[in-house]
Design a protein around this ligand. Structure first.
Ligand code: HEM
Length: 391
């Protein structure tokens, strides 16, 4: 069988139709995926943030009016400037910083779980004794924590807009919207970018330590900082919300090796997170493009080939005494995700605290709609019902 296939992937990794994958050469074998990621000269990330559905003239005009631009600074940067920028960003997510923030993650996770419990115990009425865990426990903690770590001052009442903009931008760049929907999404991206530019200016002017001021000091221009900020403010929280949503759903559904009753144990919650990262991560694929002709697994790949790497769904899934291998879920090599440790910790703590606070809940909707974009996936809602306490 060909190592680099143009067809669709494993059922859980991405249920994207073959037609939608048609421009891509899909690389599924974990060894070959790693090989691609470790040869950035042969397989460039330059296409990482290119819109999957080409933008129409109307959408482009909306974005141009907002001076929206994504020059390659970090995730899509295949030049020598990448290492220096990466070092600045990495300084905000060191292992020590991430370990130190655990109590704050727990505090936010408990607060969210309490909100969910309070809503569930309201007399059946508007909520009909149901609550959506995506909205109540998965959505906000990752956004709050990311902004705190980056030193960015965003009022709490703007977080809802940040979440909506993030989802809409993911659909604009990684989805297949029709022209009408694309125009709506472009307007949302333009509004997000305006807001972001203002945040960048305020942050650079502030005297406190924050990411945008550090990038300014590193020599980046405002459009370059906005480009990085646009990617990071989405990737740094919405992907974690999606991971938490998938873990909550699979544990409650009973299709994960860790049951809901077991998920209140820290080690078991972590195991559940790693299982989902290995089998159906929130970022199931990532892209590369060949700047020149090269070879992969003995096959010749022409210049300009668009490569889709499957990062999840093809690992072994552990077994007694064997840890689950989820080693590609955060990429590999010089562009490996800078938030991997943070995302894993946040997901484990939120799942654990939710399972501990709501031990007797059940899924109210066993077949929710899933978000399925080229590189992002999660249940759109995890609606639950049931008593909130132990009794
Ligand atoms: C479940 C959550 C997440 C998943 C599955 C995920 C996955 C990924 C993947 C697959 C890449 C591309 C890696 C490559 O090209 O080799 C990436 C890059 C990146 N991620 Fe994440 N990510 C998550 C959360 C986060 C968080 C929480 C942050 C920061 C707060 C973050 C920051 C970044 C950055 C800065 C890059 C670009 C690194 C570079 O190009 O040097 N991610 N992520």
């Amino acid at each position: 069988m060909s190592a680099v296939s143009p067809s669709a992937s494993s059922p859980r990794a991405a249920s994207t139709s073959a037609a939608r994958l048609s421009p891509f050469r899909v690389v599924r074998d974990p060894g070959l995926v790693r090989d691609v990621l470790h040869r950035p000269g042969d397989f460039s990330p330059a296409n990482a943030l290119v819109a999957v559905t080409p933008l129409t003239g109307s959408s482009l005009r909306v974005l141009q009016r907002a001076r929206f631009a994504l020059p390659p600074i970090l995730a899509s940067n295949d030049t020598d400037s990448h290492a220096g920028v990466r070092k600045v960003v990495a300084g905000f997510f060191t292992p020590a910083t991430v370990a130190a923030i655990e109590p704050r993650i727990r505090e936010l996770a408990r607060e969210s779980a309490r909100t969910a419990a309070a809503r569930l115990s309201q007399p059946a009425g508007a909520l009909e004794g149901r609550v959506d865990l995506v909205d109540t426990v998965a959505a906000l903690p990752p956004a709050v924590l990311m902004l705190e770590l980056l030193g960015l001052d965003v009022p709490a009442d703007e977080l809802g807009a940040l979440k909506a903009w993030s989802r809409e931008s993911l659909e604009l760049f990684w989805g297949w919207p029709d022209p009408e929907r694309q125009l709506e999404l472009a307007r949302s991206a333009a509004a997000f970018y305006d807001w972001l530019r203002d945040l960048v200016r305020r942050s650079v002017a502030a005297r406190s330590r924050n990411l945008f001021a550090a990038l300014d000091e590193h020599g980046l221009t405002t459009p370059e900082i906005c480009s990085l900020g646009y990617f990071l403010l989405i990737a740094g929280q919405e992907t974690t919300t999606q991971l938490i949503s998938s873990v909550l759903f699979r544990a409650l559904e009973g299709s994960c090796p860790v049951t809901w009753a077991e998920a209140c144990d820290p080690a078991r919650a972590r195991e559940a997170v790693r299982h989902v990262l290995a089998t159906e991560s929130s970022v199931p694929t990532w892209r590369r493009v060949t700047p020149r002709e090269t070879t992969l697994g003995g096959e010749t790949i022409p210049a300009g080939a668009e490569i889709l790497l499957e990062l999840t769904g093809n690992h072994g899934v552990g077994g007694p005494g064997r840890p689950t291998d989820y080693g590609l879920a955060f990429g590999s090599g010089i562009h490996r995700c800078l938030g991997a440790k943070l995302a894993e910790l946040e997901a484990a703590v939120v799942v654990q605290e939710t399972a501990a606070a709501l031990p007797r809940i059940r899924l109210a909707d066993a077949s929710p709609e899933w978000l399925r974009l080229l590189s992002f996936q999660a249940p759109r809602a995890v609606t639950v019902k049931g008593p909130t306490g132990d009794s």
